[in-house]
Design a protein around this ligand. Structure first.
Ligand code: ADP
Length: 288
């Protein structure tokens, strides 16, 4: 009897991925709803990112495989599950959990005034739990923002980390040279703006911007309303911070301003402490 060549569980075949309706478009390529047929013949609904570039070289494939192996192990209710990659031929496809509600920024823009304060606290708590989980596994997200969170049944999950982010970053760097595409200046910490380096603590700063987005919608479309990106860049480096949104409870404001936004990264809380902060608020809310 021939035993089949063992395959890594994150290696998928193109023929087992059926593409359906397009859900959105990102730096990596189009995102489609799809169906993945598993080895045992069963199938499940998934989301598929279809790489649009042709500039895939051996080096990048090696990187993708390494990252896919790591991401396959991430399993958390507040982190979008990653199922695997199809890399046998182009286009490269990344297969992940399908999140029907779409991105958090569009959810907030659409449902705006109907989202209660306690729901906003719960969204923040979800995102904190997801980011704490990634940090515990030595993963720095580097692009924490409402547009990179997805919503499902009132639950928030972090997406666009690891592989999809790394590959998108390559696409973006490529674009930067060619199209002068902007960096997400409005989410970056002062030290990231200065040194272009990312740490757990720069993620915590961006998490503070995410909380601001969660509470301000739908009144403003972007952080630092009324300021140009160049102004944000200069002002944030100089210590300027946004006002807290009106409806933000003072306890949330304290976490955002005093524990996520200090100029000195060492003075910022860890995501574990941020998560604990929101855990207390959720407990208070539910006992009311
Ligand atoms: P990129 O990282 O390549 O820029 P995104 O991750 O931002 O792309 O995805 C683009 C859009 O596709 C999102 O705004 C969202 O609407 C949709 N999308 C992404 N991932 C999923 C998913 N897992 N389930 C459902 N929709 C998704």
């Amino acid at each position: 009897l021939l035993t089949p060549v063992p395959r890594q569980d994150w290696e998928l075949h193109h023929e087992n991925i059926e593409l359906g309706k397009m859900l959105g478009e990102g730096a990596f390529g189009a995102v489609h709803a799809g169906v993945l047929t598993l080895k045992d013949g069963t199938s499940k609904k998934v989301a598929v990112k279809v790489h649009k570039g042709k500039a895939i070289n051996k080096e990048l494939i090696r990187e993708i495989c390494k990252e896919a192996r790591t991401m396959r192990r991430y399993k958390h209710p507040n982190v979008v599950a990653f199922y695997g990659v199809a890399i046998e031929h182009e286009p490269i496809m990344l297969v992940m959990e399908l999140i029907s509600g779409g991105s958090l920024d569009s959810y907030l823009a659409k449902n705006g005034n109907m989202v209660s304060v306690s729901e906003r606290i719960s969204f923040s708590f979800d995102a904190a739990k997801g980011l704490e989980y990634l940090h515990d596994r030595s993963c720095i997200h580097r692009d924490v923002a409402a547009r990179n969170c997805l919503v499902n049944d009132g639950r928030v999950k972090l997406s666009d980390f690891g592989l999809s982010r790394d590959v998108s970053a390559q696409a973006k760097a490529y674009k930067l040279k060619n199209l002068k595409q902007k960096l997400p200046i409005r989410w970056l910490s002062p030290e990231t703006l200065i040194t272009a380096s990312y740490t757990f603590k720069s993620d915590v700063f961006s998490f503070g911007i995410l909380i601001w987005e969660i509470f301000v919608y739908p009144k403003a479309s972007e952080p630092y309303p009324g300021m140009t990106a160049a102004e944000v860049n200069a002002q944030v480096k100089a210590g300027y911070r946004m006002e807290a949104p009106e409806n933000m409870p003072s306890a949330v404001k304290t976490i955002m301003v005093q524990h996520c936004w200090p100029q000195d990264p060492d003075e910022r809380w860890s995501m574990t402490n941020v998560r604990k902060g929101f855990e207390e608020l959720v407990a208070c809310n539910s006992s009311k």
